[in-house]
Write a protein that binds this ligand. Sequence first.
Ligand code: IFM
Length: 481
Amino acid sequence: MTTTTQAAPSTDAWTFPPGFLWGSATAAYQIEGAAAEGGRTPSIWDTYSHTPGRVVNGDTGDVADDHYHRYREDVALMARLGLTSYRFSVSWPRITPQVTADALGPVNPEGVQFYSDLVDELLAHGITPSVTLYHWDLPQALEDEGGWADRRTAERCGEYARVVAEALGDRVPLFITLNEPWCSAYLGYASGVHAPGRTEDAAALAAVHHLNLAHGLAAAAIREASPSSKVAITLNLAWVRPEAGSEADADAARRVDGLQNRVFLDPILHGSYPADVLADTADVTDWSFIRPGDVDVISAPLDALGINYYSPTIVRHWTRERPKETADGHGDAEAATPWIACDDVEFPTQYGPKTDMGWSIDPRGMTELLVRVAREKPGLELMVTENGAAYPDVMGEDGRVADLGRIEYLRTHLAAVHQAIEAGAPVTGYYVWSLLDNFEWAWGYGKRFGIVHVDYDTQVRTLKDSAFFYADVIKGNAVPR
Ligand code: IFM
């Protein structure tokens, strides 16, 4: 792991480079609603959320923030905050609702129109759109034929990317192929706490490769369809630290780093899979789904890498003498876990401040990750495509949401981004997660990440104090010390 030097405080603010992009991020299924409108067909998250017992409180994305109907109001809010960029995702089942594993099917003009209108609305307000093509809402029909464990899903994803790039590329300067493939593969297919809810380790590792391949195919399609747009992928990299200095803890950290970071970074940035990960998982799969030429597709040059960071990952070697600790919130020793070939790894309970997700707060991880990647791939543009915190916000009688915890979280993490820039990491933008309170996947609506409060009964939006804080940061291009 790398270490960085502290920036000497010389003024009362950390000023960011000129032109730094200040954004917020959202994802289609988490905010759009209108699940059965505009020609959209079900995604795996519709199926999953409608399956009793899968999502807290039985919440679904059927209505969510009703952004599909209220996007103009939401763009006006962004403009009020002074955002210079907005990262949103396109819902694949709106674009090609009849897709099957063997054919993309016809393009749905209504689906394309929605995103085209959204892009126009953003541009009219001076906000640069950054478009994520896949943020977890796989068309259910593809899952029915194997989902991400099947190579054809990657092939169809490349074709779908071409459709979106052809439709929006003239106005979208940055396409992000995938959001957090770690979650799609391991939470979807190994621990089953995300859609499609499968608990098959071999399928999860096949999904890892097919997601990497989908990224490569999508990147190539975007280059052809919209040569002037930049291409990126967003990874939720982990700042993995062994709890103690023991060799066993260090080996546990190596394996977690391999499964979360290097199994994506290595093929994408360096054109090969990490040998230790292939060896560690040899009892689960022989990785024969990797075909000749795949890694060349996956490792085609990138314009930028998106990094999502929320919380540190501290690991310890586990011996069966005591119950396993699972501070990362990914289940208990008996339950399926996303950590394949890591039966002897635990995530020790952390003391100190946590967000409402139970995630420890440590901004150092932000700096460390940005600097690590900057050193690993010199010159590659980096963007923080998500960072933020859930808190149990309450609306005061004065109609104010005084979310001081979120303000301090954002302030310290922005300072950590600034520190990475001072250490030489070429970070060009930051997107707070999230603009609006929204459907937090298996947690439903109970976890609020927004800088804008949403009343789910009335759909009234209210700027939280953190939104005013962020607006000040954007205005000054600086973060108060
Ligand atoms: O809400 C999610 C988002 O969809 C992906 N990154 C993490 C966020 C918070 O859990």
